[in-house]
Design a protein. Sequence first.
Length: 124
Amino acid sequence: MLMATFGFCNSVPPTPPSASAADPHEPFFQGLKKIIHNKPYLILALCFGCGIALFSSLSTLFEQILCPQGYKDQMIGIYGALLIGTGVLGAAVAGAIVDKTKKFMETAKVCFAFAALASIFLSV
């Protein structure tokens, strides 16, 4: 801590640690401006943001959604664990499929379609 605070060592190593570190980096706000104007990134961020919001809201409100339907707290806990477990299993399967086929968009669309169907069935 003292060496870093008082400058007893160089701030830059004598040789760059990787090829990407050898290139000068662009300023943060310039990169942020590029991201804001990148349409595929915005679509991807919106889709994954909605997926994370759906998961977070379901896991938070599971008890309030299912208790009035007559489910006990223990069963609701099991359903929450199944929600997380099937998500992990589905991510592992989707990751293996994408790794072999390199079809990122198609796999994401199929996964989102299944998530939408599961949400509809849960709400019904």
